[in-house]
Design a protein around this ligand. Structure first.
Ligand code: DGY
Length: 321
């Protein structure tokens, strides 16, 4: 029987995905589930054809440059691939894939949770209930911002942005958006297009970020752009922390220019800026946008479809490099 291709599996993967992987490949599993350093990754990849990574593995140009010659591809268990130096991978002739399309509903759910939680002061309320801090009720107690009927600005009207817009319409929100290209009317569904992010921001009583982290979007929401939001706006980020300038958002949250923020993604995860947790007008989650059983299985199987194609010498369905 021919030897099965060796796969370096960087993190623990769902049981059903692992079962299919074991059927077709010789996996080098990571039962401890700790994040490998670049050095460990290079060493453990020796003889492997595929590095099966997630967004916690930093595949910099330096690490990619040292990967053994046996490696043909980096198969990501993620839609985002900002953790991979795609230019360096291309230069090495490595194929890189991601898992688009299967995270949309799960991520839009978390964006909705964050939007509602930030607007209705969920973090403060939770803390009070758990710490026995709720002493009395009054008409002025825990008053937040109503979501229904407000204007929602969306940066990045890709798959997740469009599903989030659909869910937000259920709250009678008016949708404005910025995207590199304007959507066709049947996708826009009456949403108002802005060709420049600066033109969108003054309309956004709520702002939700859904674009990928690229050299163009890193630090996009800086102090100058946050200042263009209406006073009391609420900011939601389920895309990548790198799109937001943390110090600028923290300053805006402190001044009240931004009333609240709901964040699932951060710069330097998991060691995010402590300025956020020191504030109670933030509603914070630990990067769980895609963390449902259904979505994690779908991501894993999609990744395996890509892996199968690379190993068989076919074009993988979700090639990004
Ligand atoms: C993704 O798929 O990019 C999610 O952020 C989880 O990694």
């Amino acid at each position: 029987m021919p030897r099965k291709p060796v796969v370096l599996v960087c993190r623990k993967i769902p049981d059903d995905v692992e079962a299919r992987l074991k059927r077709d490949y010789e996996p080098r599993l990571n039962p401890s589930d700790r994040v490998y350093s670049g050095d460990e990754l290079v060493k453990l990849a020796d003889g492997a054809e595929i590095v099966f990574a997630s967004h916690s593995e930093i595949l910099s140009a330096e690490v990619i440059g040292r990967l053994p010659a046996s490696v043909k591809g980096i198969v990501n268990f993620s839609v985002g691939y900002d953790h991979v130096d795609v230019k360096a991978a291309k230069a090495r002739g490595l194929i890189v894939t991601n898992t688009p399309g299967v995270l949309n509903d799960a991520t839009a759910e978390i964006a909705m949770l964050l939007m509602l939680g930030a607007a209705r002061r969920a973090a403060e309320g939770e803390r009070m209930m758990r710490n026995g801090e709720w002493k009395e009720w009054s008409l002025a107690f825990m008053v937040g911002s109503q979501v229904t009927g407000k204007t929602l600005g969306i940066i990045g009207m890709g798959r997740v942005g469009r599903i989030f817009a659909r869910r937000a319409r259920g709250f009678d929100m008016k949708i404005h958006y910025f995207n590199r290209t304007r959507l066709a009317p049947e996708q826009e569904l009456g949403a108002v297009y802005h060709a420049r992010v600066e033109d969108l921001l003054p309309h956004a009583q709520f702002l939700s970020i859904h674009c990928p982290a690229t050299p163009e979007t890193r630090g996009l929401m800086n102090g100058a752009r946050l200042a263009l939001l209406p006073k009391g706006a609420i900011v939601v980020n389920t895309a990548r922390g790198a799109i937001v300038d943390d110090e600028a958002l923290i300053a805006a949250l402190k001044s009240g220019h931004v009333a609240a923020a709901g964040l699932d993604v951060f710069n330097n995860e998991p060691r995010f800026n402590p300025g956020y947790s020191a504030l109670w007008n933030t509603f914070l989650l630990p990067h769980i946008g895609s963390a449902t059983r259904e979505t994690r299985n779908a991501m894993g199987f999609k990744a395996l479809d890509n892996m199968d194609a690379i190993v068989a010498g076919r074009a993988p369905p979700d090639r990004v490099a």
